[in-house]
Ligand binder design. Sequence first.
Ligand SMILES: [Zn+2]
Length: 196
Amino acid sequence: MHAHRSRLVGVALSVLLAVSLAGCSSAGALAQAVGAPGHGPGTTRSSTGLTDDDGYIPDGTSLALDSDLPAVTRLNPDLLSALRDAQDAMAAEGGGSAITIADGWRSERYQEYLFAQAISEYGSEEEAEKWVKRGSDSEHVRGGAVDIADAGAMDYLNRFGNEWGLCQVYANEAWHFELRTDPGGICPPQSADGRG
Ligand SMILES: [Zn+2]
């Protein structure tokens, strides 16, 4: 009994060690990749072991709409095709740069991680809930939301996104878009509290 138990402890310790080593190496890789000040939260994120498979996109980077990473490929296909159509129109009108995303589909554990971060930032679970949705409550986790990275594309979608059903949902999140109306329809009023 005793021997069995200590073997289990040994296994648990080596798992912990492996996890913390993995965390260290990815934090280091991210710090190298970003290499700029002001990315403290990004470094913290990577130390949790979040990866491409969680839809994790490191701070300061973004993905094109034809990316084959889960943050893009696990989006609702209707949302993705609306974004691609909007991108084509924007380019045809000389609007320049492509639509890139800073956040798209997220795993539930990625969302829970963001929620945990909000708790430490805002001091309580109650306060955090005003700013970040929990796990599967987030439209990002359902693949129904994107955060636009490029300011020009954000502006274009804010003005014309409804042509493809794309709407800004939260008044204080100019970057967060969901399919909220029929193509050419009117977007619903924006809600005041951004919890995308
Ligand atoms: Zn969002």
